[in-house]
Design a protein. Structure first.
Length: 137
């Protein structure tokens, strides 16, 4: 198993990340944890809001900032739990920060879970943007 190193918490109160086409996201108040290993792979844990409650995702990324895998660590909503399933999360594999990662563009939604899907999309975008900010050249 690879050895991972947890990095210090990055102060994100004043960071604004542009995601998608013109969408901006202020990361203040967002729970984010970034981990890396000696091979240059990354893992980012992101809290994002669904319809009413936050849920927690972990995004694994390659050294060139492509999504390797996504998993939902904690899902707190009463509906929309289908976004925790592998068949939904597999859509993110290989995505980059420059990709749209938008419902009905390159992500197929889940009936009854539109806000959770949009939250998952935001979380993946945030994770990739944070990696680019911290480690990008």
């Amino acid at each position: 198993m690879d050895q991972y190193e947890t990095l210090p918490v990055v102060p994100l109160r004043d960071v604004v990340v542009t995601i998608g086409q013109g969408d901006a996201c202020n990361l203040g108040g967002t729970g984010v944890s970034v981990t890396t290993n000696p091979n240059g792979a990354y893992a980012v844990v992101v809290d994002e809001v669904g319809k009413h409650r936050p849920f927690t995702l972990i995004v694994a990324a390659t050294p060139d900032f492509r999504v390797k895998d996504v998993a939902v660590m904690v899902y707190r909503e009463t509906r929309g739990g289908e976004i925790t399933q592998r068949r939904f999360l597999a859509q993110y594999k290989g995505k980059r920060g420059a990709d749209p990662i938008q419902l009905d563009r390159d992500i197929i939604g889940v009936s009854g879970a539109t806000l959770s899907v949009q939250g998952a999309n935001r979380a993946v975008h945030k994770a990739l943007a944070i990696l680019q900010i911290i480690f990008g050249s």
